[in-house]
Design a protein around this ligand. Structure first.
Ligand SMILES: NC(=O)c1ccc[n+]([C@@H]2O[C@H](COP(=O)([O-])OP(=O)(O)OC[C@H]3O[C@@H](n4cnc5c(N)ncnc54)[C@H](OP(=O)(O)O)[C@@H]3O)[C@@H](O)[C@H]2O)c1
Length: 406
């Protein structure tokens, strides 16, 4: 079980495992942690195949464990680390991800995609403090995940800037859980991505590099494409549903191109509370690391006069069909969100590899949701089975389109 949050007022050095350390969130986390060496010690770092990047992170941060989950044993790397005087024990394969979270106090869950589910769920089941960037874990297995976290006394702290903002705008109980009883609506903001105003007829021809060129945030390629299609916002609506235990009809999305307001909470008395900052993921990361205190993140202070204007508009579901698909999957319930997530991962991967057009991403997802019958999502096995079937079905849909185009 984790220690009660009130005991953290007297801070001691805490051991942190970073799942997905070589990614965008992983690097931002290491940046924040490096500013506070007395508060956090790097216990474990993981990557999938980025061996060189992980090696340099080990030399710099000297973790107890490092994991390359997608590679077989590499004795040369082990020798190199020893030669550099690095005390790190190197683990290979997916089992290493589970070991990485076992002896630490807190876990930054920043693996991208469904691959993050097993180790994040394991950390929650061990009652760790889980800093949740991997939204896909909650999208796939929300009820299973939340039940396990609650039973084990885990503390979940949102890293997605929108959910972190909502968390900051809500009252929390003694165990750090947000309370939504007096809330009318949660308003998630979205930038609208790089194609917010592009002519609709041009979207069929956009390239992966264009889709990844987000106007405000620098992120990994998968979430960048999700931001362009607004599937990212759809996944966040599902994440918010489970994280804050609110029904879908009370979660709305508003486009806010400047990405300064990260989300808002509308209370029953008409008060609306928002959280603002420059778009820099070190802000929510530092908030979650220091919670319930505050610590310096390295982000620039906000200069509202220089920004001048904040604007808002409703999302256009013709331009962003993925957002509508995500709401539909959430309303359908059961395994539908897991199917949506898996189909999206396959379609985005095919788009990034040049095998699928940008507008076909939503079409593939819709086809998969139409073809597969959803079921109960009350056990991890059922969720994983839905994930497998949806991946196979989506791969077939992509293949059919490739053949038709040839
Ligand atoms: N980036 C953001 O600003 C942001 C904001 C909010 C939420 N998030 C969420 O945070 C998560 C990470 O996003 P990101 O942008 O940091 O992603 P990213 O830059 O693509 O990094 C992904 C990390 O996960 C590892 N990884 C990839 N595939 C894996 C697999 N199959 N098994 C185990 N590890 C794997 C990668 O290792 P390799 O380097 O070896 O491939 C890398 O360390 C996502 O769920 C995203 O939705 C991100």
């Amino acid at each position: 079980m984790t220690e009660p949050l009130k005991d953290r007022a007297v801070q001691r050095t805490r051991d942190l495992a970073i799942l997905g350390a070589t990614g965008s969130i992983g690097c931002s986390t290491l940046d924040v942690v490096s500013r506070h060496p007395d508060e956090y010690r790097v216990h474990a770092l993981t990557a999938h195949t980025s061996a060189d990047e992980l090696e340099s992170l080990c030399v710099r941060h000297n973790p107890r464990y490092a994991v390359l989950s997608g590679l077989p044993e590499d004795t040369a790397l082990r020798r190199r680390l020893r030669g550099a005087g690095c005390p790190t024990e190197l683990l290979f394969g997916a089992a290493g991800l589970l070991q990485a979270v076992e002896e630490c106090d807190a876990v930054m869950a920043a693996i991208v995609g469904a691959a993050g589910l097993a180790p994040t769920l394991h950390a929650a089941g061990l009652g760790k403090q889980v800093l949740l960037a991997n939204k896909e874990a909650l999208v796939m297995a929300g009820p299973v995940f939340m039940r396990k976290a609650r039973d084990a006394g885990a503390v979940l702290l949102p890293i997605d800037s929108e959910h972190n903002a909502v968390f900051q705008c809500l009252p929390t109980d003694a165990s750090g859980r947000a309370k939504v009883s007096e809330v009318r609506r949660i308003l998630l903001t979205a930038s609208g991505g790089p194609f917010r105003t592009a002519p609709l007829e041009k979207l069929g021809a956009v390239t992966p590099d264009e889709a990844c060129a987000h106007p405000n945030w620098s992120m990994g390629r998968k979430i960048s494409v999700d931001s362009a299609t607004m599937m990212n916002k759809g996944l966040e609506v599902i994440e918010a549903r489970w994280l804050f235990d609110v029904e879908p009809s009370r979660i709305e999305v508003v486009i806010h191109p400047q990405s300064i307001i990260h989300s808002l909470v509308d209370y029953v008395d008409g008060s609306v509370i928002a959280q603002l900052s420059n778009p820099d993921m070190r802000v929510p990361i530092a908030h979650a690391l220091a919670y319930p205190r505050r610590m310096e993140s390295g982000a620039k202070p906000l200069d509202l006069a220089a920004i001048g204007q904040l604007s808002f508009e409703p999302p256009d579901l013709q331009r962003f069909p993925c957002l509508g698909l995500a709401y539909a999957a959430l309303r359908a319930g059961g395994t539908a969100p897991a199917i949506l997530n898996a189909a999206n991962e396959v379609a985005v991967d095919a788009f990034l590899r040049g095998r699928l057009g940008y507008t076909a991403i939503a079409q593939v997802i819709e086809e998969v949701l139409g073809r597969l019958e959803g079921g109960e999502a009350d056990t991890l096995e059922r969720v994983l089975e839905a994930d497998r079937s949806a991946r196979a079905c989506a791969a077939q849909c992509v293949e059919n389109r490739t053949e038709r185009a040839a």
